[in-house]
Design a protein around this ligand. Structure first.
Ligand SMILES: CC(=O)N[C@H]1[C@@H](OP(=O)(O)OP(=O)(O)OC[C@H]2O[C@@H](n3ccc(=O)[nH]c3=O)[C@H](O)[C@@H]2O)O[C@H](CO)[C@@H](O)[C@@H]1O
Ligand SMILES: C=C(OP(=O)(O)O)C(=O)O
Length: 419
């Protein structure tokens, strides 16, 4: 096992290129199951979750080659309909094979993903939607079994906007008979990326990116050839890194359109955020101003950026209030940030963060993906040495993080846990 060792206190400076988005690439890879042929997906980040979904596609009978940021999937032979527990337990997004498998093969058996560090994360809305489209759903030994000779279009209202639910049902509806309308759908940019790819495959998806998505089912689709959008959460993480180290960083290929809430809050904290033709440049303030943050579905402030902003606000000039409204247990980083000397108090869904003059490095333990990122950020700004262990969480979602931070001037390296 490896850990990350950071000697903090360096200003980050330079240019960084943002990778393709994990949360867009995962549903796109699952969408290759919708039709036979050779699919091509470019700008795919080399991450543990991507390797897991590639393995899952292979388990289902497809062949996949991942080389130089491109995944080629041949989905001619999808002969197995079971997504096994061993793969699903390591990555919740595996459940996104459910919609495509039922749509193409009329059946699927997918292990229930179960709870995880940030919350219970049920999939009831995915299942209700498939049922409304005519699928018969049963639960057997921890597996969801779904069957439908032919899915039928339906109007489906989500009690809460769900990103994965919207994606799963959009894929299922692409090959259904008739029209499906998803109401109170999630509006995240990754859903638009998926809709664009599906439409290029011959599907008919309208309204993606709004809260009503309409899908006219078609009889057949053709293989995809698509470039994955940039990772707005990775971009946001580098922006916070620049801000909290009083740095000056250019994110060369970043797209500001899907980062509005993050940019607005960084500016409110005092950072200079310059949007230019060459990308997004962030210059950190001398003094970080406290913020009020409420996480919400897109276009609200993303829950996936909550932990990173909390790390920054531990050094603000005053007290910030952060409300986590999307997941019920997404403050796992708090006790680890406290080990670095931060002053944070949790009261239900809210965290009160009282800024301190300086953080002091310490050994800390990562508990989930974005919690890990927040600990790395805190380590970059802290005095002395911070050691972050259990970094396999980080490897689920950040491509070459230390390498990119090192190039920006950070003193960071990955070493064996017992080094
Ligand atoms: C791979 C991927 O894209 N992951 C993202 C996706 O996760 P994911 O798609 O799992 O998140 P959802 O949007 O589905 O979850 C939002 C909320 O809805 C609840 N819910 C969801 C489905 C359901 O059937 N029933 C239900 O109650 C969840 O518990 C949660 O409280 O969106 C989250 C919210 O932006 C992000 O944090 C994750 O990074
Ligand atoms: C929670 C996240 O991912 P996942 O839904 O894959 O667990 C994330 O990307 O922050």
């Amino acid at each position: 096992m490896k850990k990350i060792v950071i000697h903090g206190g360096r200003r980050l400076q330079g240019t960084v290129e943002v990778s393709g988005a994990k949360n867009a690439a995962l549903p796109l890879l699952c969408a290759t199951l919708l039709c036979p042929g050779e699919h091509r997906l470019g700008n795919v980040p080399d991450l543990r979750d991507i390797q897991t979904v590639v393995k899952l596609l292979e388990t289902l009978g497809a062949t996949a080659v991942f080389e130089n940021g491109q995944v080629r999937v041949n989905a001619d032979r999808v002969v197995n309909v079971e997504a096994p527990y061993d793969l699903v337990k390591t990555m919740r997004a595996s459940v996104l094979v459910l919609g495509p498998l039922v749509a193409r093969l009329g059946q699927a058996r997918v292990s229930l993903p179960g709870g995880c560090a940030i919350g219970a994360r049920p999939i009831d809305l995915h299942l209700k939607g498939l049922e409304a489209m005519g699928a018969e759903i049963t639960l057997d030994h921890g597996y969801v079994e779904a069957r439908a000779e032919k899915l039928r279009g339906a109007t489906i209202y989500f009690d809460t906007p769900t990103v994965g639910g919207t994606e799963n049902l959009m894929m299922a509806a692409a090959l259904a008979e008739g029209t499906t309308v998803l109401e109170n759908a999630a509006c995240e940019p990754e859903i638009v990326d998926l809709a664009n790819a599906l439409n290029a495959m011959g599907a008919c998806v309208r309204g993606a990116g709004s809260d009503t998505v309409t899908i006219e089912g078609v009889d057949s689709l053709q293989p995809m050839d698509h470039q994955v959008m940039m990772d707005r959460i990775e971009a946001g993480t580098f922006m916070v890194a620049a801000a909290m180290t009083r740095g000056d960083v250019l994110l060369s290929n970043a797209d500001a359109d899907c980062l509005e809430a993050v940019i607005s809050k960084l500016r409110e904290a005092g950072a200079e955020v310059i949007l230019g033709d060459d990308g997004i440049r962030v210059r950190g303030p001398e003094e970080i101003q406290p913020l009020q943050i409420k996480t919400r579905p897109h276009p609200g402030f993303p829950t996936d950026m909550q932990a990173q902003f909390m790390a920054m606000l531990t050094l603000a000039k005053g007290t910030s209030v952060i409300a986590e409204n999307v997941f019920e247990n997404r403050f796992m980083h708090v006790c680890e940030l406290q080990r670095l000397g931060s002053k944070i108090r949790i009261d239900g869904k809210q965290a009160m963060v009282e800024g301190v003059e300086q953080l002091l490095g310490a050994p800390v333990m990562a508990t989930d993906l974005r919690a890990s990122a927040s600990l790395v950020l805190a380590g970059l700004a802290a005095d002395n040495t911070t050691e972050v262990s259990r970094i396999y969480h980080l490897d689920r979602g950040y491509e070459r993080l230390e390498e990119k931070l090192l190039a920006l001037g950070a003193d960071i390296r990955r070493v064996a846990e017992d080094a």
